[in-house]
Structures are given as C-alpha cells and as structure tokens.
Write a protein that binds this ligand. Sequence first.
Ligand code: SF4
Length: 766
Amino acid sequence: MKDEMLKKRAVDFLERYGCERLLGIGFGNISFDGLLSKTGYKDNSDGFFEELKEKLLKRKTGESDAISIGNVNIPHLFLMEILDEIMSGEELITIHDVSQLESVTNVVVRDKEKMQEVLDTYPVRFSKHIVRQMRLSKDVAFQYMPSVDELDPEGLTNTWVGQFHKGLLERMYQNRPIFVLNMACPVYCRFCFRKHKECRNQSAPTIKDVEDAVGYIAAHPEIKEVVLTGGDVFMNKATLMAAIDRLKGIPHIQTLRIATRNIAYYPDMFYKDDGFWMEYLKTEGRKLRDLGKRIEIATHFIHHDEISIKSLDLISDFVRGGIAVYVQTPFLKDCNEDPSVLIRLYGLLRSAGAEVHYIYIPCSAIQGNKAYWTPLSKGVETAKGLRDGLTDRAMPRICVATPIGKVDMNTSGWAVEQDGKRIWMRTSFTADYLKAFAEDFDMTDCRVNEEGTLDYRHLVPEGIGDKRLLFGKRKKTAKITTSADKVTLDRLRDACLFDQRDNFSISKTDISGLSRKHKTRVELDVGCEDLYDAMAYLREDRDITDVILSAKDGVVSVLDKVCSIVQMLRPIDHIVAIRLRELNLNYDPAIFTEDVIAVISGLQDLSIVRPLRMEVETQFLHETEFLDAHSRLADCFRRKGITVYANSQLLSGVNNGAEDMQKISYRCREKDIEFHHLYVCGMSLQDKWNEDKKIIADSVLDIATYLRRYGSGREIPRIIIRSQLGESDFNLTSRFIRTYEGIMLEGESLLFTKLAFDGDFLCGDL
Ligand code: SF4
C-alpha cells in the first residue's frame, strides 16, 4: 500500500462527513470502499489515489471543470481533505514576484510585466488553505488571485475613512465607531476597499494609540458598540488584547464586534498555538457576559466553495461558547450573483449557528476592483431569488454602503436619480446628525433633499441597471405619534395569548395543524393529531429546512410533547432548524426556569454532519414590555448557543411611529434578542386592529429611516409584507403597482387593501 496515510484520511473523512448535505447528491452515507466502487476502483485504492493525485497536482489555480474519476465528480470537501495531505502546510505565503506566483498557483502568467506591476501596486498574500481552495474552485481563485485587470484606472483612488477620523477611530454613526487595530491581513482579497498600499503600509498601532482611542470612547456615552477591525485584528495580539481589556471596563459599551475573515480564508489562525485565540475569545466572552456585555464575531463569506470543515467547526464552537457569529457578504460579479450560490452558502452557515447579516451591493468602486462591479439592480434581483428559496431566518439585509452611511435598499434609502456613473442615493442621515460627532463634516457630493435628509452622489460605475429602481424624490411626511396606554397593551397581550398558533398557509397541506409558510418552512401545532402524516409530509419535501413548533398556550406548557416531536424530526436530515414559538417569553419570562432552558438547549445539536439548531421565537409590541428578566433569559440561551429572536407588527396608534419602533429595536439589541421581522401587514391581529386606521405604506420608509439613523445595523429587522403569496420584503422583493382598480402588490391577483397609500411615491403614476 503506497498511500496508507491518504487512505486513512479518506476513510476517516467519509466516516465522519459522508453525507449529502456536505458532499452532494449521491454521496449520502458513502464509505471509502463505496467511493472506490463508484469510481471503478473497487479494492484498488492505490489506483484511485494515483489517478486522483495526478489530477490534483496538475490542476491549475482557477480551473473550473470538476475533477472526476470514472465519470464521477468528486465532492469539493473530499478533494480539500486529500489536498490537505498532499499539499500540506498552514503557513502564509507573501507573493513578491511573478515566478513565485506561478510556482505557488501552478499558473503560467501571460503578461509577466503587467502582473509584476500588479504585485508592486497591491500586496498579494495567500494562506496555504487558500492555495488549496483556489486549486479546486474558480470562485475562490477569483477572490484572491491577482489579475492584470487591477491596473485599470477606473474607480476611486482613496479609501473612505469615515466622517470622523482620529487616531485609530473612524466614525460614521453616533452609536458606534470603527476601531482600526491593524492594517495588514493574513490573506489579501482582491476586492478589498482598503487594497491600496497607503492603507497597508500604515505603521502598526501602539498600546498608547489604543488607549487614546479608548479614552475617546469612554468620553462618549452615546457609543454603545465598537467594531474592532482592520485589516485583521488577530495579526496584532498586543493591541487586540489591550483594546478588549480596556473597552470592557466602559459602562456604556454593550457590544464588541470583532471583524475577521480568518474563519473563511485562514481558519488555522484559531487552531494554531493550541487554539490560543479561540480560548482567549471564549474566556473574554464569558467575562463580558458577566458584565452584561458581549462579543460578536463578524465574518465574511462570499461563495459556498469557501466553506470548509474547519470553518463550520469554528462557527459552531464560537456559538456554543456564547459568542454570536454573523456573516456579511460583498456582492461580486460572476461569483455570487446566482441566488443558488448564496442559498447553499447561507444554509450551511446557518445550520452551524451563524446569523446572516448583510449583502453589500455593489462591490466597492475602488480602483482595481472593476472585475467585481455589478449594476445596483443585480443585487435586488438576487435578493428576490433568496427570498424565494431561502429560509427567512437566513435572509440578509441588502445594503449599499455610501461614504455617509449605509442604505437599506428601498426602505431606509433608495436610488433617486442617475448622474453619469454616479447615483444620487437618498440616505437616512442629516447634516446635523453627522456634525454631532464630525464637526468638519464636508458636504462634497451631498445635497439636502425635500425630506431634510442627505442624498449622496454615490459612484456606481455599472449604473442602476433596472431603471424602475430609480424612485425619485419624496416629499416630507408628517411625524406619526402614538399613545398606547396600559389598557390597550393589556388588550393586545390577551389577544396574542388567546391562541399563539398561526394557521396562515400559502398552500394546503391537508394535515390539520400543519401550515406551510414558505417553500422552506412549516409551522406544526404541537397538538397535531396527525403527526404520522405530518412527519411523512416533512420527510418527503426536501426543501423544508425549518419547522416552527407552536401551541395554543405556548410551547413551554407542552414541553414534553415538544421534546418527543423534536426526536421525531431529528432523523429527517433536511430539517436543520426547529423554532419554538413562545410569546410568554415576553409576557411571563419566569416560565423559563433553569430546567426549561436546560431541556430546550439539550435538544440543540450544532454538529457538522447532522445539525439541528434550536431557536426561540417571541414577539414584542411595545417598548414598555421589556424587562430585565429578558436580558437574563436571552443571556442564558446565548451561553448555550441558542438565539432568541423577536418579531413585531405595526399597530396603528400603538407602535407605528418611527420612535416607537426604534425603542423596540434598541431594547431587543440591548437584551441580545435578534429583531427578526417587522410585519407591515398580513398578520391576523394587525389586519383586524388596523382595519379602520390603516398603516400608511409610506410611513414605513420613515420608520426604516429612523431605525437606520439611530440604531445599530445589527438591530434592524427585515420589514415584511405578508400576503397570499407569502412573505416579501417591503418595497425590495415586493413592489406596489397602481392599476385602474387600485393599488396591487406585483404578482398578486387580489387588490391590495391592507395599507393606505399617501401619494404616488411607492407605486408611481398610473
Ligand atoms: S479581509 Fe477584509 S480588510 Fe482584509 S483584504 Fe479581505 S476584505 Fe480587505
């Protein structure tokens, strides 16, 4: 036996990870012997490895065709395991010249002179992990492999550093600064907005620099969150540890968000030195939790080929250790525009325990990034595909990052008009808001619109694409004020608790107690009398990933039954998340005793092969409903790796003012509860409540504006319209159109009568 070690790795890998979720259709429960037979090498592992090694070693970085043996396409993750053995190593490789690039990537560079110019202009560094992934995936190579196209002069030459820039701090928002701890990265992404050498060559900060920045933060009580970023913060141990140590002592700081791409491109950062960083973060995370604060990890993933066993393992490990991991995705032309790419990516990340946060559209218009640019509408098109095919809990916020702040596409801002290669983007921010922390705020490329917020002339070289996304100017609207008294809130509470189940269904299941909410999601009444049929239905439909369990009086009242249903669902391998609806988490948090929390967390399994993620769903309708007990509860669940998320619904006179909703979103964030959906219409309680005093559709834009201006990006909910077609994102994956019969939701056959419309802004002229 020539390849004893390879065979051992292959056998072990398939024993542990041989499942369809990870390896694809046809590779469920496959053993190494099974793979040999399938590929025509029965009892001949030497022959199998000889052919496989030859193909892998000949392979050039960025090739796109599948590697197949005996007409069988070998799964990506299995190939990574084999490459780990035959191209082993975990070091970082800085590329200085073309011949080194050619030798590391097995690629012959055609225009060597120009490529050398690229290498001299923009730094290139790979991890060995990325060198292996680039051999197998053109979509990974596209992100890291230098290209002569980077010499194209189109685009911005300077990286934007925020309205306020002092020492290590950049600040674009009142409640959070960016704390830039280090400019170097272990690996350099070609689409990086800090790719220019002036950024990379900045000298490493000192502890004194860190202390100066911490002093500024301590003197500004409006700052609640700090984003620790770079470059990569883990490249500079002393400054990261000093920053965490000092920041945790500041009373008004609630959350430290640590940005890193290591999970995707250099997972060994967290395994090396006996897992130093992993242990350090988990220990510090616990200390912060004891102080009522928290650490979150922000990471980037772009394509499902970046997923590795190590990356899934790291995410699960962080989440089990009480550290939430959230994912952001730059939107790259010819890489992740196809919704199916992101559906697979987010599906795997969610089942490991991650939250999906943003897609940034389009990729930054910095010089050298042209290959990645798309028109703005391409991102909206992809969002529609995601809403159709992805579970709602993994649906990202679609956001445009302008230099004066983020725009949640078509809600907190929108494209107003095209101006050459620039688009006037309406933002949520005002000059006064920005001047509150950036006295010298510069109005270049800004204008004040009729509503009083700023439009920004944003460079989008590929333009708008679909011109229907140019919404134009909007008039100032009247502020909505509300006055919900205790009697009203008690009435609403009683109505919600009368029956916590929701029998809305987009299609018939023919099973009483089982309703279909989405292609990927059902709700199952714990009291369902046809459980046998319900399980058969769930087993047969492999699109279903999420099951919400509900009960008339809440799931805690029937916890034994919940446990037995979870055990019935566990063997159904396409179901990866079970969501327990309990509205009493809001109204009577004491029912969540230590025993109840232990039982629910005991049901969760964040394993890589057969994950079953547990989440708790609740609802808040008003700021006064939040109690200290909710912080305790969310913290107990988070320490066990379980997310508590809340929905809300707009109710006229109760919470439909922008300030009301911002207070709810702030409280959710403060208490570590994910604010998931804000329903604009379609929930039965709200449709009845709002019947005589309809929600004005345009006012939703004011709510979104206010949330974006004063909240953390992590607290902004997805704003949802529920209709007979299911759920869609307000004005993003849905669109209003005016017809002779009235206003309709595009694609709906019924007239849309649940909202009031104030003017033509959202639906245009007839
Ligand atoms: S990890 Fe982030 S900062 Fe570093 S190169 Fe990639 S995009 Fe740029």
